[in-house]
Write a protein that binds this ligand. Structure first.
Ligand SMILES: C[S@@+](CC[C@H](N)C(=O)[O-])C[C@H]1O[C@@H](n2cnc3c(N)ncnc32)[C@H](O)[C@@H]1O
Length: 215
């Protein structure tokens, strides 16, 4: 992420103590838990990229207790928020947040053998070269048979498909012409090129898409 983002890209409010509150994370938490419960392996290590406030990872760790969850975040204030939610939830399968810039090459060596990697709402906020590095690294960080679940707003066949998506993409591109919505076919191509054997696309509420990529 470049720092040049419209305010609509990540709406946050202060919460109690170090906790931050993202209304979007509150809205889509249940839908994401349902998605993961249908497609995630039941045991092993799970890594979340760009955990944001930490609202999601607490729900994920509750919904999938056989996975040990490692939240990660580039931003220190958000890592403190993740840890505040984590301390409150006191779940045995949720680890403290660690720093990760997922668009930097090489991180798979520090975070290998993941049964599951989850990425929610980041790819539209970074450039295409950064998104390609992130996908390559995530696929290399998967264990054999591991799964990478991506969720967010995407173009379909090169088209923005709702008035809200047209508006949001235009705001992103105005703030930084290098960022904005990525195309569904490109995501598939990058995932398959990085070494997954199968990619399933799933239509999600609010015109979002999920991809479940299996190694
Ligand atoms: C729109 S928020 C989504 C947060 C969370 N996944 C959610 O859905 O609530 C985007 C997040 O990506 C993080 N981020 C931005 N660039 C990143 C990068 N290069 N690597 C990892 N995280 C990044 C931001 O700090 C922010 O928390």
């Amino acid at each position: 992420m470049t720092g040049k983002l419209p305010t609509s890209a990540s709406v946050l409010a202060p919460g109690e103590g170090a906790k931050l509150h993202a209304p979007a994370a509150e809205r889509n938490g249940e839908v994401l838990c349902d998605l993961l419960c249908r497609h995630a392996p039941r045991r092993g290590q799970a890594l979340e990229i760009a955990s944001g406030t930490g609202q999601h990872v607490v729900q994920f760790a509750r919904a999938l207790p056989g996975l040990t969850w490692q939240p990660t975040e580039i931003d220190a204030e958000r890592r403190a928020s993740i840890d505040a939610y984590g301390a409150e939830a006191a779940l045995p399968n949720l680890l403290p947040a660690v720093p990760l810039d997922a668009s930097q090459a090489g991180w798979h060596k520090r975070h290998g053998a993941q049964s599951l990697i989850v990425l929610v709402n980041l790819l539209h906020l970074i450039s295409t070269p950064q998104a390609r590095v992130l996908i390559e690294e995530a696929v290399h960080a998967l264990a054999p048979e591991g799964r990478f679940v991506l969720y967010g707003p995407f173009m379909r066949a090169g088209q923005l498909t709702s008035a809200g998506d047209l508006r949001f993409h235009a705001q992103l591109a105005e703030a930084d012409p290098a960022i904005g919505y990525k195309n569904d076919a490109d995501i598939r191509e990058w995932l398959l090129g990085a070494g997954v054997r199968e990619v399933v696309g799933i239509e999600m509420p609010a015109n979002n898409l999920a991809f479940v990529a299996s190694r």
